[in-house]
Write a protein that binds this ligand. Sequence first.
Ligand code: ZN
Ligand code: ZN
Length: 317
Amino acid sequence: MIIDIPSSSSFENVANNLLLSAWQNLVKLFKSYEKFEELKHYDPDLIDQEKLDMFWRFERPILDSSLSLVQQAVEFYLKGRIVGVSPFLIIGKEPRHWPNGCNKTDISFSEFRTIDAQDLIKVHDTVAENKLSPTFANFYSELRKKRNAIMHTVDSNLTVAPEELATSILTVHSEMIGERRWIKSLVSLLRSSTQYHILKDGVSDSDSYVYAECHEDFALVVNNLKPSLVKKFFNFDKKTTSLECHHCIGIIENCEFYDTKWLDDYIPTLQKLETEIGRYRCAICENEFYFDSTPCEDCDRISIASEDGKCVWCKDS
Ligand SMILES: [Zn+2]
Ligand SMILES: [Zn+2]
């Protein structure tokens, strides 16, 4: 009998973590790039535009391997969905190629070869209730071709732009988990990270690290992506005025190492919703608040909560 049969959710979990690794590589690169940009600003003799342009060429291996993580994530998501129908559908090869003695003794599922990556979409679309969209199937085929070319050749013309990596991560997540749900997933992935669990027993509120990281990542990605992509993947309008989210900042302030300087790296995340006057939604915590249009007399912010007429920033002072 086959034992240790994996569940659909264990595949999805691995896939989510592969996307998280690719995302963390990307934001780390954006962060270093911004540091060099700052240096160029303060000392143009030390760093000029030519040197700055070299940054992405030097960081090519990280961009390449991160794109490969995204491609592997798609494989795991697809396998997870197929396993949801029946785990035996992903066993590849004919019975004569199955592990020796598998009919005589209990054998782990991991001993079996699984179906080839190129057959995953065909198998998925044959057995799953909802087929993949043709656009996504095409995207995945291109992603796989590019990843294979990058990994198996040393063609220096094949480059992965940071924006392409960001788009790939977010496109995959949208198709597999749902549209514009990356930040929600990021929060829960960070909550299951080692750092979170180690800090959980410490003095700090460990959620403060989760929200601090989400705000820092969000600012880096929004600053480095085109407005149309930011709108598409986060429903966030780069061109409109936004307000700081008191709920998120309230959580981040609980960190024992909190420094107001951290706020310099964030962008305001509360944006007015068009559906109702005075209603704002935070792109990170996803909470919605109603504010009066008159600013607070003390702090001058649009922050008077309609529900109690008090300023969300000044009410405790
Ligand atoms: Zn918030
Ligand atoms: Zn106020």
